[in-house]
Each structure stands twice: as structure tokens, then as C-alpha cells.
Design a protein around this ligand. Structure first.
Ligand code: ACO
Length: 340
């Protein structure tokens, strides 16, 4: 495993967290759960029928699932306190107690309710469910962290050996690649502020340098979309005056020192950026997949930043190793929240 993950894993092992995996019969998830338990990375809570889970574990040849806690989503009596909690959280949005009793059977909601109630520390899902469903349960039950309005999704990008000159020794953070389809200037600024924290705490980037990307560098083009990025830089600096941030910058000006020097002379970020904030979800999502597929980089995430408690979404094309790593990241977010 990459040294970054070895370090994050050690932190998880040393500060054991309780992670919910609601997609408990999903083979890749169950395989990852087995490894998490075997390596004592976290305590695992599976949501499902114990008999079915144990049968599936035998079928997959897994020997550690017996150490997981299993929560049955059909146990009406045990679920009643969680239904009441959901009702309290959502009644001002029109949810009735009957609707809450129905919704609580949904493992994605039940997992978030376990966290909200203090019975778990984080959740990892999305091997079977869409991003939208994973996110909606988290937004509705856990909501954002204090002072945060918008949650976004960052990828840790680990470049190949021959590209270590980019980012901080080949490590970059890309955001938002997962959540906000069309961010306004304030949301872009919030993405930048949260990405700086994620970069420091999870990606091990010691000197975060944020480039707010555009198709323009320092006035080379004029358009309302460029103005939005310039406005976002201003708001981000107001939100956190100590941020190392600049924009608008094109991707080459942000990453390549010679291009940065010629297109944005005097910029303290151009040519040195290690956090790329994209102007829209289309750009961010497409860019990370191109870097991963054509550029040979590892893209780890998305790490959801800005929730009151950590929930992370998986790609439906994920493998057990991706799930294992996402559990490690989720543990580290939970540990970080407790240290705040
Ligand atoms: N941060 C915090 N809360 C949010 C956010 C956000 N970014 N977006 C929505 N919410 C809240 C709303 O305020 C609302 O709360 P409320 O019900 O308490 O008032 C709740 O979430 C639901 O909001 P809706 O507007 O009903 O939700 P919507 O249908 O817009 O869904 C979602 C929000 C799921 C995030 C949507 O924006 C979305 O689908 N985004 C794209 C996800 C995606 O497909 N990503 C690409 C794939 S991921 C990958 O490839 C790695």
C-alpha cells in the first residue's frame, strides 16, 4: 500500500472507529469488511439479516465477519428510536412518523441514524447505490458541519513515479468531482476552504497551494464564468485569510512552472499548485477520470468534505481494495472531527 495509506491506516488502528457498511450482502463490500476486521482497522457494523450475511460470508470464504456487529433493518421494535429520531429531524420538512418508520428500513438512512445517535462514527456506501442516494441520506440526517453550507467531494490524486514534479511530490487534491453540479462563487470558495483542510489532513500535503481553475489565466478571456472564479477567490480569502490561493488560472499555468511564469508572472501559486478547484462538476468529474484512465494516476475518493460526520461514497465500479481504503479515510475523518 502507498506510504500515505500506511500512515492513515496506522492512525485508524490506533484510534479504533465504528464504521457502518449498509450494503452488507454486496460481495466486494463484505470482502473489504473481512479485511478491515482481520487487520483491526475499524469495528464494522453491517446492516442486514445475520443469517443471510453469514451465509454470504461462507460462500465467499471469509472468516472474520463473525466479529462484525449486525443491525437488522427489519426489527421494528429496535428501530423505533431511530424512526423517532428521523421524524424529529425531518418533521419540519413535512415528514410524518409513519413515513419515518418506513424510511428507517432503508440501510443508507439507518446507517446515518446510527451515526447521528452516537452508535457509529462513519459510513461507507455506494458499491450498489447511486451517489445521489448515498448523499441525500447523509444530507438529510447528518447535515453539514457547523459553519458549512455546502458539502463537496475531493479526490486524492497520486501521480505515477515519472510525474513526481507535479503537485507536492506527485500528490494533488482535485475538487469538487462528485457533488455540486453548478457551484456559485460562494460554493466554489467553500470548496477551496474545505479542500485545504482535506489536503492537509488526509492527503498529507504540507503546504497546500490552491489554483482556482478556468479556461482563462489572469484576464486572458472575459466571460461570466471567468468572473465567477475571480469572485470565488475573493470570497475564499475572506473566509480564510491564511489560504494560499490564486485564480483564475488555466490548468497548465497552475501546474507547470514555465507556463505559470509566462502566463501569470508574480503569482505565488502558478506552476506550484497542489489543489485544483474546478469551476463545475462536469469539469471536475471528467478531469479526474481522464487523469486516472489516461494519465495512469491513482484517484482515491471521493472524500466528502463538509458533513457533520463522515459518510463516503464509492464508485459502483469499485473493488474491495477501494472500499478498504475508503474505510481508512472515513476513520481518519472521524478521528479528525473528534480532535477539533
Ligand atoms: N451540501 C449540503 N447539503 C446539500 C447539498 C450540498 N452540496 N446539496 C443538497 N443538499 C441538501 C439540501 O439542502 C436538502 O436538504 P433538506 O432536505 O434538509 O432541505 C437535501 O440535501 C436534499 O436536497 P435536494 O435539492 O432535494 O437534493 P437533490 O435532488 O438536488 O440532490 C445531490 C442533491 C444528490 C447532491 C445532487 O446535487 C446530485 O445528484 N449531485 C451529483 C451527484 C453525482 O451524480 N455525482 C457524480 C458521480 S460521483 C463520481 O463519479 C465519483
Amino acid at each position: 500500500m502507498d506510504p500515505l495509506f500506511e500512515q492513515l491506516k496506522k492512525n485508524a488502528v490506533d484510534n479504533r472507529q465504528r464504521i457502518v457498511l449498509p450494503e452488507s450482502l454486496e460481495p466486494r463490500t463484505l470482502t473489504a469488511a473481512d479485511r478491515v476486521l482481520a487487520e483491526e482497522v475499524a469495528d464494522i457494523i453491517l446492516i442486514g439479516n445475520a443469517l443471510e450475511i453469514n451465509e454470504k460470508a461462507v460462500e465467499l470464504g471469509l472468516s472474520n465477519i463473525g466479529r462484525a456487529q449486525i443491525v437488522n433493518p427489519d426489527d421494528e421494535e429496535a428501530l423505533e428510536p431511530y424512526a423517532q429520531l428521523l421524524y424529529e429531524l425531518r418533521k419540519n420538512k413535512g415528514m410524518t412518523i409513519e413515513q419515518a418508520r418506513d424510511k428507517v428500513h432503508d440501510p443508507l438512512y439507518l446507517g446515518c441514524l446510527l451515526i447521528k445517535n452516537g452508535d457509529a462514527d462513519g459510513q461507507v456506501a455506494g458499491a450498489m447505490n447511486t451517489t445521489g442516494n448515498v448523499l441525500r441520506a447523509a444530507f438529510q440526517v447528518l447535515k453539514t458541519a457547523p459553519g458549512i453550507k455546502s458539502v463537496s467531494g475531493a479526490f486524492i490524486i497520486l501521480l505515477s513515479e515519472d510525474k513526481k514534479e507535479y503537485g507536492e511530490n506527485g500528490v494533488l487534491l482535485f475538487a469538487d468531482c462528485a457533488v455540486i453540479p453548478d457551484p456559485d462563487a460562494e460554493q466554489l470558495a467553500q470548496i477551496a476552504v474545505l479542500s485545504e483542510q482535506t489536503a492537509r489532513y488526509l492527503a498529507g500535503i504540507k503546504e497546500p497551494k490552491i489554483a482556482m481553475l478556468s479556461f482563462s489565466t489572469k484576464g486572458s478571456a472575459s466571460h461570466s464564468r471567468v468572473d465567477k472564479v475571480i469572485e470565488a477567490v475573493k470570497i475564499a480569502k475572506e473566509m480564510n485569510p491564511s489560504l494560499e490561493i490564486d485564480g483564475e488560472l488555466q490548468a497548465d499555468a497552475a501546474l507547470v512552472p514555465s507556463v505559470g511564469a509566462s502566463k501569470a508572472p508574480g503569482s505565488h501559486i502558478a506552476g506550484k499548485a497542489n489543489i485544483l478547484v474546478f469551476p463545475s462538476l462536469e469539469v471536475g468529474n471528467i478531469a479526474y477520470k481522464l487523469v486516472q484512465r489516461l494519465g495512469g494516476a491513482q484517484a482515491v475518493g471521493p472524500v466528502l468534505q463538509g458533513l457533520a460526520a463522515p459518510v463516503n461514497d464509492l464508485s459502483r465500479g469499485c473493488n474491495p481494495d477501494d472500499i478498504f481504503k475508503t474505510v481508512i479515510l472515513t476513520c481518519n475523518q472521524a478521528i479528525g472531527n473528534k480532535q477539533k
